[in-house]
Design a protein around this ligand. Structure first.
Ligand code: DHB
Ligand code: FE
Length: 280
């Protein structure tokens, strides 16, 4: 069986990638943010995973509002980074964990999920940025990826409970996979932000800090909260945080919070990161 060696949560703000592209890592605005991720990068170097499952949302780059799947799973050989308007990015393409991805799709359908299955698709900053934050800028990514898209863009978005249930199926898929791969799961998005409407610019630092601890020690309230509660506490785009629940549900009930970092603002968000390991 394959093994979950860690669960990571992180923001995926697009300007993080743009800052790296422009050589702004050590500027006063960005240095405190990037410095906080060094422990996460070191953890990843030591963990030596084979597969990264990345739970994220597309932002109108590959699915537009005319067709938005609630859940989608990639089974492609290769995922190219999409150009979001700043020009082609100097990062390598992502190699798909094809057989394992099909196994996950099969398990999802068996458990009455009906995802869109993507054989050919690009990935936006929701996947690109977390990969850069934890793996840096390698010549080639040291892991294969299994991308999972969750609709957090157009209502109705899935419930937190549904994301949690998907995480349980993900765990079952990992544990029933005959290979011996080391798997990390990245839940992405958030933390609090709202990019539009009357509350544009909204950040809730207190809720963000509570989230970073609570997602590790007591995720139950976040599983049972309504989507409207997410929007109220974290902002309309902060509701992306429901995607961390897929990661958290795949982990043991008891986890160790081995690293955590918070920085606000990064662009228009509260930016946060956790590294979780299963407790014995
Ligand atoms: C921003 C944050 C996001 O999560 C996102 O997907 C797009 C933009 C931002 O704060 O700029
Ligand atoms: Fe986003």
């Amino acid at each position: 069986m394959a093994r979950i060696i860690g669960g990571l949560g992180t923001s995926h703000v697009p300007s993080i990638g743009a800052a790296l592209d422009k050589g702004l890592r050590d500027t006063p605005d960005w240095k405190p943010f990037f410095d906080g991720y060094e422990v996460g990068k070191q953890w990843m170097r030591d963990a030596k995973p084979d597969i990264a499952v990345v739970v994220f949302n597309d932002h109108g780059n590959t699915f537009f509002l005319d067709r938005v799947p609630t859940f989608a799973v990639g089974v492609a050989e290769t995922y190219n980074p999409v150009d979001e308007g700043w020009g082609p990015r100097a990062i390598p393409a992502f190699e798909g964990a094809v057989d394992f991805s099909w196994h996950f799709v099969d398990k999802l359908v068996e458990r009455h999920f009906d995802p869109m299955v993507c054989r050919e698709i690009e990935v936006d900053h929701g996947l690109q940025v977390p990969m850069e934050l934890f793996f840096g800028r390698p010549e080639a990514w040291p892991v294969k990826v299994l991308p999972i898209w969750v609709n957090t863009i157009q209502y109705p978005i899935p419930t937190p409970q549904r994301c949690w249930e998907m995480g349980k199926v993900l765990r079952e898929a990992i544990e029933s996979w005959p290979g011996d791969e080391r798997v990390v799961i990245l839940g992405t998005g958030g933390l609090s932000h709202q990019l539009q409407g009357a509350r544009a610019g909204f950040i809730n630092q207190a809720a963000d800090r509570a989230w970073l601890d609570g997602i590790a020690s007591n995720p139950e309230p976040y599983r049972t909260m309504s989507r409207e509660d997410y929007v109220e506490q974290f902002g309309s785009e902060g509701a992306e945080l429901i995607m961390w629940l897929v990661m958290r549900a795949a982990m043991n009930n008891d986890v160790n919070l081995v690293h955590k970092h918070y920085h606000a603002p990064a662009s228009m968000t509260g930016a946060g990161m956790v590294v979780l390991e299963n407790a014995a």
